[in-house]
Design a protein around this ligand. Structure first.
Ligand code: ADP
Ligand code: LRH
Length: 485
């Protein structure tokens, strides 16, 4: 029999791609057939996602996949938490607002007066990110009256492909409306904060079939009408963690490094202790009932926003040159707390970094290379803090740190991470999320991949990893004191 050939749609906050995965015994190949830029766009004063354009890009990608051969399945993953609301006729109610929009400012503070943090954490196990779906829904109560269904972004796109409504479980677990132990919507909590339980659609598990392509979709993309759309770990981080080539997951941490950095370990059970809540760790639901015990720290967003600002002023900035220059800047001259709220919204990151350095009595980066170095040193410092904390809270003895996602291409960041964490970094694969998407589809379609360990063994056997050994670069303890006192 021929190998399986599936299309993985992987939508990140900065770029989207459609990849064709080919899977057989000892075979896991990934080919990019379509890539496009993504980013939130301001419409009527709100930061929104142009989901119609994303839909069109998905169709273009599926067309490209179909042009190259048979497609046995389609799977979609994207960034978490954001959603569209549908009315009773299935039309979108209002825009799909992006998580960096300011509408959630102060909402969390109001909600925790109604439901204390302890109760929220005991039920959902989630990090208190200001943009969790719960806070977004509460911030716009006027839209809820006319809403029949809430669909998270990958579920919305799957709805447009198949006509089927549902909520894939890994992404549902990022909403702060999901009971992590009961593995069901936390309807009591939802009603308490004013979110009608009716808008929470039936849950579905990764690995199940959502439906088949609608006739008009199949005609538009050139695929047979029966082509199944398979639920994958539709949270991009869930798929990325499937693609982490662990040898022993009980002795390793991972960093899914892209727009965000998701830093943590994989567990079988959530950790809902007071210490985990105080450290603000999340317990997201993963493929095969695993738990992603991690913290969402800042990511390469700060660097890409800085570059965007420079380019908007007409300066020509090549990432490769910038990183080469940053590598020559002395280490740990100045570090900032990238988790501080001022680095969340779009804007002039260089100015915000300058203000933070001045406020903490450190040298203000004077060149673009120094700004980039400050961001990367600060990221590595955050990785060190969170890897240590994840180990202490979970009992995992971290002997190696896997870095996947676009950040795995950043050699300076990987080297700094090894140095900061004091253990080797294994970098790659860059496209871990697409691989995880492909692997879960392949298993659903009959590939012999009984469990996550088998999937990861296949990733290891087919993908070269780059090893970075820890080296002395500077005083990380002193740097930690500079940002956290
Ligand atoms: P997301 O899925 O969140 O959109 P990615 O995993 O695609 O993010 O990672 C994007 C980031 O990867 C970019 O912001 C950039 O910093 C980094 N990156 C991509 N390509 C390279 C490269 N060739 N060298 C260094 N860094 C890179
Ligand atoms: C990464 C990610 C992350 C979420 C954030 C909103 O793309 O899905 O896991 O916390 O986006």
């Amino acid at each position: 029999t021929r190998p399986l050939r599936v299309a993985a749609v992987d939508l990140g906050a900065s770029s989207g791609r459609v990849m064709v995965g080919t899977v057989g015994p000892d075979l896991l190949d990934l080919e990019e057939v379509h890539r496009f830029r993504n980013g939130a766009v301001e419409v009527d004063g709100a930061l929104t996602w142009d989901v119609r354009a994303l839909h069109a890009e998905v169709l273009a990608g599926l067309r490209a996949a179909a042009a190259g051969g048979p497609v046995d399945g389609v799977g979609i993953d994207s960034w978490a938490v954001d959603y569209g609301l549908l009315d009773t006729t299935g039309e979108l109610v209002g825009p799909v607002v992006a998580y960096r929009d300011s509408r959630t400012d102060g909402v969390r503070e109001r909600v925790v007066e109604v439901v204390p943090e302890e109760e929220l954490y005991a039920t959902t196990g989630l990090q208190q990110l200001p943009f969790n779906t719960l806070y977004q829904l509460v911030s716009a109560p006027d839209l809820l009256g006319g809403a029949e269904t809430m669909l998270l972004v990958p579920d919305l796109l799957a709805y447009w492909l198949t006509g089927q409504v549902g909520a894939e479980r890994t992404n549902a677990s990022t909403t702060q409306l999901y009971d992590v132990r009961g593995r069901d919507w936390a309807t009591g909590l939802a009603e308490k904060v004013g979110v009608p339980a009716r808008i929470l659609p039936p849950l579905r598990d990764p690995g199940t079939t959502i439906g088949s392509l609608l006739p008009d979709v199949s005609a538009a993309v050139g695929l047979p009408a029966g082509t199944p759309v398979v639920a994958v770990g539709s949270h991009d981080t869930a798929s990325a963690v499937v693609g982490v080539p662990f040898t022993h997951r009980s002795r390793a941490a991972y960093i899914s490094s892209g727009t965000w950095s998701l830093v943590g370990v994989e567990l079988d059970e959530p950790v809902l202790s007071d210490a985990a809540r105080e450290a603000d760790f999340t317990n997201e639901g993963g493929v095969d009932r695993t738990i992603r015990f991690l913290r969402n720290v800042s990511g390469l967003w700060v660097l890409s926003e800085a570059i965007r600002t420079w380019e908007s002023r007409g300066e020509d900035v090549g990432l490769a040159d910038l990183l080469a220059e940053a590598a020559a800047v002395p280490a740990l001259r100045s570090v900032v707390d990238l988790e501080a709220p001022e680095f969340l919204p779009p804007g002039d990151m260089e100015a915000r970094i300058a203000a933070a350095c001045a406020a903490s009595g450190q040298p203000v980066p004077g060149t673009r290379a120094e700004v980039a170095r400050c961001v990367l040193d600060s990221l590595a410092l955050a990785y060190r803090r969170v890897v240590r904390r994840a180990a202490a809270l979970s009992g995992v003895g971290v002997e190696v740190v896997h870095v996947v996602g676009g950040g795995a291409r950043n050699e300076l960041l990987c080297a700094l991470t090894a140095s900061a964490c004091g253990v080797p970094v294994l970098a790659g694969p860059v496209e871990a999320a697409a691989l995880g998407n492909v692997l879960v589809q392949a298993r659903a379609l009959g590939a012999d991949l009984p469990d996550l360990a088998a999937m990861r063994a296949l990733v290891r056997a087919t993908h070269e990893l780059v090893r970075h050994e820890p080296a002395e670069v500077g005083d990380w303890d002193a740097a930690e004191r500079a940002v956290r006192g």
